[in-house]
Design a binder for this molecule. Structure first.
Ligand code: FE2
Length: 452
């Protein structure tokens, strides 16, 4: 080392020492919260990548993602996934539709592609980007045209502290059902409809899971804003500005309810989303048509506000009077709901009566109603006659398996503990049979915890 270089190094060391001494003199700086605009700032690199279906799950797959507003032309590439890396050589490129979204944290671009002409029961790899900045290659499986067995996961409201406290729930569910066909979110995915940071947390919590497993989502009241006029009158509610840019859901619902009320057929099941927030009566004729022309063995409904609430003063009698006669008429098998921030599951219901399968005076099938919650916000439960199983202060996810004439249901807590279970059996010409399989563990109730 030359003497000149030595001198330069010594001078640098003295300068560094001086800076360190200055910092020590100032004392340690308290940690500074990173601003939401920095934590959720978009870049040219794709993020918030999520799979949904806008069309037939056997031959199509939609994907949406976000970049900053500098990305004017975006693409997705897709190929049948292979054992090795060569599949990339035959990937085809599809141009994305791009839209500008002005959020409370700034402008960004949302992009969407629907891959068409896919082969059923086939694993594909895809990536999204601008030609220079790409996502990883993610993989998904197209649905079968046959009524093969499958599983899916249902979540009640995530809504609050989503990154901090909901992430553990969706990740534990993914550990238990890594091959789930889809993830169903029963509304209130976040708390403030238009808050970009909250949607950012929702996508962060789901991490790569939504890049591999498609999402089915129904809107909750928190997907609408709560604009109140100066005179205290509730103004027209506005759907989250993020909903349509970030999801590609079916547009087969009633006029004005596209991507909110819709149906998807997945193997042996018809999954129907209703929008319980708006124009509930207007969805009735459409629902009748969708149910009257349903070729699937199983019918699964989801919407946010429960037909039978977990708490008496949160009940929704108008919704029940409007919708339940149709559910009864068309023998809907199970209804998956949210809103009550607790857990409440019925037996088979017809009208407002629990039906004991096989002994019912009527030969109606009966419907199981579930309210569940996956996030950390918790309300009390009222004990009500319809409840076969309920819980307070418990974050849950539900894994539902469809296999021929059986629907197997398991509700698990945030730590993966089995909390509720039953099987519904279809019997030709007879009512569904409900087989209770509730595990031998006490119900999670506040008073028990207080007593304990
Ligand atoms: Fe909620």
């Amino acid at each position: 080392m030359s003497s000149t270089v030595c001198r330069i190094l010594m001078v640098s060391a003295v300068i560094a020492l001086t800076a360190a001494q200055l910092r020590a003199h100032d004392g340690p700086h308290p940690p500074q919260k990173v601003a939401d605009a920095d934590a959720h700032r978009p870049s040219p690199l794709p993020d918030r990548i999520i799979l949904t279906w806008s069309q037939d799950p056997t031959t199509t797959q939609s994907v949406n993602w976000r970049t900053d507003a500098t990305v004017a032309a975006a693409f997705a590439e897709i190929a049948e996934a292979g054992d090795g890396p060569l599949f990339r050589q035959v990937a085809r490129r599809v141009a994305a539709e791009t839209s500008l979204l002005a959020t409370d944290l700034g402008d960004c671009h949302y992009h969407s592609v629907t891959f068409e002409g896919l082969v059923p029961e086939t694993r594909y790899a895809y990536r999204v980007g601008d030609g220079e900045n790409w996502s990883e290659w993610n993989q998904f499986l197209t649905a079968s045209t046959q009524p093969h067995p499958f599983s899916f996961v249902y979540f009640g409201d995530a809504q609050n502290e989503v990154k901090s406290m909901w992430s553990r729930v969706i990740r534990e569910a993914y550990r238990d059902a890594p091959r789930a066909a889809f993830l169903l979110h029963a509304g209130d995915l976040i708390n403030h409809a238009h808050a970009d940071a909250e949607w950012g947390e929702w996508h962060q919590a789901a991490s790569h899971i939504h890049r591999m497993i498609p999402c089915i989502a129904t809107p909750g009241n928190h997907e609408y804003d709560h604009l109140i006029s100066d005179a205290g009158i509730e103004l027209e509610k506005q759907l989250s500005t993020h909903w349509r840019p970030q999801f590609c859901l079916p547009e087969n619902g009633p006029a004005g309810q596209e991507e909110l009320a819709y149906w998807i057929d997945y193997q042996a099941a018809r999954i129907i989303s209703l929008n319980s927030n708006r124009d509930q009566a207007g969805q009735v004729p459409w629902l009748e048509t969708v149910l009257a022309n349903n070729p699937q063995r199983w019918t699964i409904l989801t919407f946010h506000h429960p037909i039978y609430s977990a708490k008496e003063n949160r009940d929704n009698p108008q919704l029940r009077e409007l919708w339940q006669p149709i559910f009864d008429k068309y023998k809907v098998d199970i209804v998956l709901q949210g809103h009550d921030h607790s857990y409440a599951r019925s037996k088979l219901m017809v009208g407002d009566q629990n039906v004991t399968a096989g002994t019912a005076a009527r030969d109606d099938a009966g419907t199981v109603y579930v309210v569940s919650v996956s996030g950390p916000k918790m309300y009390e439960v009222s004990r009500r006659d319809f409840m076969a199983r309920s819980a307070e202060d418990t974050q849950l996810y539900q894994i539902i398996h469809i296999d021929g004439d059986e629907l197997r249901y398991e509700a698990r807590t945030a730590v993966g503990k089995l909390y509720d279970a039953f099987t519904i059996k279809k019997r030709d010409g007879q009512a569904n049979e409900l087989i209770e399989q509730i595990p031998d563990v006490p119900e999670n109730r506040r008073e028990q915890k207080a007593a304990g």
